[in-house]
Design a protein around this ligand. Structure first.
Ligand code: PGA
Length: 244
């Protein structure tokens, strides 16, 4: 796991966006995994900027998102489908048929999760998966628990996650469950990039990078990934010693 501590979130956004753009330039049919939340918004703005300035086409790119709420209409303003379109997809020349989300309104959630994993496998796996990190160390919606859950699954959200995300739900109640890629799905990505900014992530970053790999801090599993890069600003890196 490679750790980059940058001065601020603008520098992180630019560096991470460049990695995505370089991948698209190198492989115009690449498969990209995206994440929602406040953290990646600046990175998405930078991807859009590079896309416009450098005239790079996403027309043959395929995307998969990490997770989606259950029982929230796809076009609700708080769905991750809406978020990704508003923050990134509407500004690129992606084909809608190449954009994939877990369907949190599926009749059979287990079947939907298997279907999603099969789809990822059919296109040859994810080339770069972007991740944020929850204050409790979650990645996607893989919440702290007794074991690492390998496969995509339905999850009951923890109170910490509900507290962090409920501010976005002004009209409807925030759903208390979601579908998420599993830890195995994330670890299968050829490259993983995790971004953490702000002091409220400092404890999670400390726990994920300290020696102990534990499902109590799901992000710590990335220590096993052969090509994982963590980008932190100085506030999120506050508890790290220089040797890491
Ligand atoms: P945030 O969420 O970017 O809104 O902090 C990150 C996450 O929960 O993975």
């Amino acid at each position: 796991m490679k750790l980059h501590i940058l001065k601020n979130d603008d520098l992180i956004a630019e560096s991470v966006a460049k990695i995505f753009i370089d991948k698209v330039r190198e492989n115009p049919s690449a498969v990209l995994g995206f994440a929602t939340g406040a953290t990646p918004i600046k990175t998405y703005k930078q991807i859009i900027r590079f896309y416009n300035e450098e005239k790079i086409s996403f027309n043959n790119i395929t995307t998969f998102n990490l997770d989606e709420y259950c029982k929230l209409p796809k076009d609700d303003k708080n769905s991750y489908y809406s978020f990704m379109h508003e923050q990134l997809f509407n500004f690129l020349d992606l084909k809608e048929k190449n954009i994939f989300f877990l369907n949190g309104n599926a009749e059979n959630m287990a079947e939907e999760c298997r279907h999603y994993q099969n789809k990822i496998a059919t296109v040859g796996g994810i080339d770069i998966q972007l991740l944020g990190i929850g204050r409790n160390g979650h990645i996607g919606f893989n919440e702290p628990g007794d074991v690492f859950l390998k496969d995509a699954h339905e999850v009951r959200l923890t109170q910490s996650t509900i507290n962090a995300n409920s501010k976005y739900f002004t009209k409807n109640m925030m759903p208390n469950s979601a579908l998420t890629m599993g830890i195995g799905d994330i670890m299968s990505a050829k490259k993983v990039i995790l971004i953490a900014t702000g002091k409220e992530k400092a404890d999670a970053i400390y726990r994920m990078t300290s020696n102990k790999i534990s499902p109590l801090c799901p992000a710590s599993v990335l220590q096993f990934h052969q090509n994982a890069e963590v980008f932190c600003d100085e506030a999120a890196a506050e508890f790290l010693s220089n040797e890491i």
